[in-house]
Ligand binder design. Structure first.
Ligand code: KG4
Ligand code: ZN
Length: 355
């Protein structure tokens, strides 16, 4: 006999990933294929390309994740069903359906991708409910209190685009996909890398200042991105530009990163004050950062400083578990299985993914 084991499958965007995790928090296997280079020529994720690569990758990815594991030792398959690119989610769902048919002892656990981001930290650290979480990714920016596995209180979310999208589009405008040092990185990571050697005070970029008017913890990155695009155009700050140089690129990257982080910082600051003031919103004064943007080390440092000032403990999953992966989906499956939360004996006939 062995601890509870679950296979997790993730296809919500452009990564095909699978992993097996057990209830003693052991990662037994992990497999992953990124499609970044196939989408890059188009400047964004192309649904039909994502579909094709998920379809081709799922067989080898699952085979790799299950290489040294017997199917009869697995209790369930956990698969992302929302939110995400519907065409991508379908690939994971259809493949899961085939596996459930072939290995009929398996249960099925539908997974909410953002819930998985919010719970990942409990695989790597001892964090108990309720805790505050920032979920910052390519499609989302949500600040809230994780009250239980399936109970989430929203303090605020983005009114327009997510910080990852702002970073990806900034990187695109700066043509970082043509930059020898960072061209294989996703936009946010490319900016983070160049920013290391940049001067964040060289350009004055705005950060939304509506905190006096809006007494919540909402975000807005749209105005910031417009300004970034304007400055890039006006000063020709892009890779290969005839008038700007490498240092200018690095300085601008540092400014972009700093303005995104500054905005997140002010919202978290407000959230801490709010939760301390409103006693009915209990939390254990632990803040968790998760989602792809939270793998950013500058963000972690800045939020760490803020937290120290307020006596809040900051806990972050390792950077590679902040970006999309199969491990977090499997772990979410473990958390749900242990509490019998929507553990299904078979996949519903009418299951459809949600965007
Ligand atoms: O969670 P994730 O992998 O996928 C979504 O669910 O969206 O997040 C992807 C986002 C992308 O926008 C990417 O540019 C950003 O996370 N990202 C980063 C870093 N690594 C990935 N942003 C800033 N710094 C990084 N190191
Ligand atoms: Zn994600």
């Amino acid at each position: 006999s062995h601890p509870l084991r679950i296979l997790g499958i993730e296809t919500s965007c452009d990564d095909t990933a699978a992993a097996v995790v057990d209830s003693e928090r052991t990662i037994l296997s992990e497999a992953y294929r990124t499609q970044l280079k196939y989408h890059q020529p188009w400047g964004g994720i192309v649904p039909s390309i994502a579909k094709k690569h998920h379809y081709e990758n799922l067989v080898p990815v699952i085979a790799e994740a299950m290489k040294d594991i017997e199917w009869n030792t697995i209790a369930a398959i956990a698969t992302s069903v929302k939110p995400g690119l519907v065409i991508s989610l379908w690939q994971g769902i259809n493949f899961t359906r085939q596996l459930l048919h072939k290995y009929s002892h398996l249960s099925f656990i539908p997974i909410h991708h953002m819930e998985a981001h919010a719970l990942t930290v409990r695989l790597t650290h001892n964090v108990s409910f309720p805790y505050m979480v920032l979920l910052a990714s390519g499609g989302h920016c949500i600040l809230g209190i994780v009250e239980d596995v399936d109970k989430f209180y929203r303090l605020g979310e983005t009114k327009d685009i997510a910080p990852g999208e702002a970073l990806d589009k900034s990187a695109r405008a700066m043509k970082l996909h043509e930059h020898t040092l960072v061209r294989d990185m996703v936009g946010g990571a490319a900016i983070g890398r160049l920013a290391r050697d940049g001067d964040e005070n060289r350009y004055q970029l705005i950060t939304p200042k509506y905190s006096a008017k809006m007494k919540d913890c909402s975000f807005s990155f749209g105005g910031m991105l417009s300004q970034i695009n304007r400055v890039v155009d006006k000063e020709a700050i892009y890779c290969g530009s005839a008038t700007s140089d490498e240092q200018q690129l690095k300085d601008f990257a540092a400014c972009v990163q700093a303005s995104v982080v500054r905005h997140i910082e002010t919202r978290i600051h407000r959230a801490i004050l709010f939760c301390d003031a409103i006693k009915k919103r209990q939390w254990k004064r632990t803040l968790v950062l998760s989602g792809g943007v939270s793998s950013n080390l500058y963000l972690r440092q800045r939020i760490h400083d803020l937290c120290s000032h307020y006596g809040v403990e900051l806990v972050c999953p390792p950077p590679q578990l902040c970006t999309d992966n199969g491990i977090m989906i499997a772990w979410n499956g473990i958390e749900r299985y242990q509490r019998s939360l929507n553990v299904l004996s078979k996949m519903p006939e009418d299951l459809v993914p949600e965007g």
